[in-house]
Write a protein that binds this ligand. Sequence first.
Ligand code: IYR
Length: 267
Amino acid sequence: MLRCIQCHFDASVLVKADSGGSDRTCSDPDGVIIHNGSMSKHEGKTTPPMIPLPGYVEYPPQAMLARAREFADDMQRRRSVRDFSSRGVPRGIIEECLRAATAAPSGANQQPWRFVAVSDPAIKRRIRAGAEAEEREFYAHRAPEGWLEAIAPLGTNADKPFLETAPWLVAIFIRRFDRRADGSKVKHYYTDESVGLATGLFLAACQRAGLATLTHTPSPMGFLNEILGRPKDMERPFLLLVVGYPADDARVPDIDRHGVSEVTDWK
Ligand code: IYR
């Protein structure tokens, strides 16, 4: 097999039989393989490397329906929880849920999500203080009347004890761009969509694992960059997720969800 010695792309299919069999770099001076990490050039044609679809599993329609129903039932049991137990959750479970999140599709496969998973009580305390400071301003001054009306059924206020009680806080950042080795910027595309999708997969994975979650949105969230040491120019906080076991006496607002028929048109 002929591999690029920089990026390990298997270039053997692109190389003429008489071009020699030894490993070479993408930018090999003889021009047979020019590979910048995502594209290969051979005899004037640029082609992205393609592989057979890995890991697809087809189920018979009955099994599909059963699996879809079971998953939907599980997701319908998910509630945003604000009363958390302080019981610990092993890091390995959070890691697997993050592994699900990082499988999300993203614009140009740029994977513009960054996660900071926090279990350190001192950092959680600082995050709670930062969030409550913003929330006090929000509830007392910043929130327009209509917004306060919209969230009234949830019974929320500026006190966020769960930010210290819950075993894990997962801060999700949108990475706006990366930098090349020479310092120039690589812009990321569809960042909100991509990170939203990753967040959804993370929440679904937590639910599947039996963990309670809350999407928390203190605004603005710049304090998270400072506390968690994330670069302000490159990364924007997206959501703060709270993850753990619900408290034994956890209560949630008595609200319901739209049915599929209320939110779907079939054509
Ligand atoms: N961020 C505030 C207010 C709030 C906003 C929305 I939109 C909610 O769905 C719930 C609350 C808070 O977390 O209390």
